[in-house]
Design a protein around this ligand. Structure first.
Ligand code: HEC
Length: 313
């Protein structure tokens, strides 16, 4: 350990990382340096993708996967904010000395009440803070920008520059507006924001199913990468089951009352996406050629996107 620490510090310096103070990590984990705000690229760390520092004490990135929570704890993170619809691993984080706050946001931006609520978490709970959505590119970046601007710890130029490093897509205008339009909040405004700081937000059936569909689609993408076999890094995946799951969830959505209430155009878009998912499933079960499957996959993902562009973003 005595040798490892100076070596880590040197490694950190070489990479331009700022070093988290060693006392911040739980005693059983070797401390890890945190990426610095000066970093020109997002970094991947064990169990975490697309990690970008927005301030010295706030980072944005992907949902922690295997080992990701340990990486966060080793970097000294004390509070994790999820702005994603998926249910967070609250207890696993707690065992590592970290608190989860779950405040989902949409792809169309963040309303003032939620911005203040998010900023209050960062003002009132111990840092450093890790803000995440699923991939850590769009929503967590917009949220980190809005939080920093609300608290006056970021300026608009830096906020937009960091969102660019996160890889936020230009199409998400509402998220980019977080970096351009968020005004510094007064202490009184922050005091008036909710301090409920929920560890689990109760997502609607639509959001939960979208999250489930997204995970299934991610697994199918891994299956596609493995030439439509079992991916090496996911030996437990059953390709046919993952492909079938997407259709199954989409069918469930067509019967959801919230979805029905959105009107005929929305339902029509949902049916079109399910037809694309069914087509992919049939082609997969018929052992169609990889290029046929790739084309079906493309149709499916662009079908998701066209509904999102029209009704979500
Ligand atoms: C008929 C329209 C429609 C289709 C088709 C559709 N979505 Fe969605 N999706 C939505 C809407 C609307 C939301 C936002 C729901 C909300 O926040 O209340 C959403 C939200 C999401 C979210 C965000 C969940 C979160 O964390 O808040 C993901 C991820 C997602 N969709 C993935 C997909 C994928 C993958 C597909 C294709 C297989 C797909 N969607 C197809 C309408 C659609």
């Amino acid at each position: 350990m005595r040798l490892l620490l100076p070596a880590l510090a040197l490694f950190a310096l070489a990479l331009g990382f700022s070093c988290a103070s060693t006392s911040d990590a739980p005693p059983h984990l070797d401390p890890l340096p945190r990426p610095a705000v000066s970093e020109a690229k997002a970094v991947d760390l064990p169990g975490l993708h697309n990690v970008v520092a927005y301030t010295d004490s706030m980072m944005s990135g992907s949902q922690p996967e295997h080992g990701g929570l340990e990486t966060l704890a080793a970097m000294g993170i004390k509070t994790i904010i999820s702005v994603d619809g998926a249910q967070p691993e609250v207890e696993a984080a707690q065992r590592l000395g970290m608190r989860y706050v779950h405040l989902p946001i949409g792809y169309d931006g963040i309303d003032d009440a939620r911005k203040l609520e998010l900023a209050r978490v960062v003002r009132d709970l111990p840092g450093p803070i890790y803000v995440h959505c699923h991939h850590g590119k769009h929503r967590s970046a917009g949220a980190a920008a809005a939080i920093g601007l609300s608290l006056g710890t970021l300026d608009t130029t830096t906020a937009a520059a960091r969102m660019k490093v996160s890889g936020t897509a230009p199409d998400y205008k509402g998220l980019w507006a977080c970096a351009s339009d968020t005004k510094p909040a007064s202490q009184a405004q922050l005091d008036a924001a909710s301090s409920a700081f929920p560890a689990r937000w109760k997502s609607t059936g639509l959001v939960q199913l979208m999250v489930d569909i997204d995970y299934a689609l991610e697994n199918v993408k891994a299956v596609e990468k493995a030439q439509w076999g079992v991916p090496k890094e996911h030996p437990d995946l059953v390709p046919a089951a993952e492909v079938g799951r997407i259709s199954h969830y989409l069918r469930e959505l067509e019967d959801d009352s919230e979805v029905k209430a959105k009107g005929e155009d929305f339902l029509e878009a949902m049916r079109a996406t399910r037809a694309a998912a069914d087509k992919l499933e049939k082609a997969f079960l018929d052992q169609a050629a990889p290029d046929v499957l790739a084309a079906d996959m493309k149709k499916l993902t662009s079908s998701c996107k066209s509904c999102h562009v029209k009704f979500r973003d």
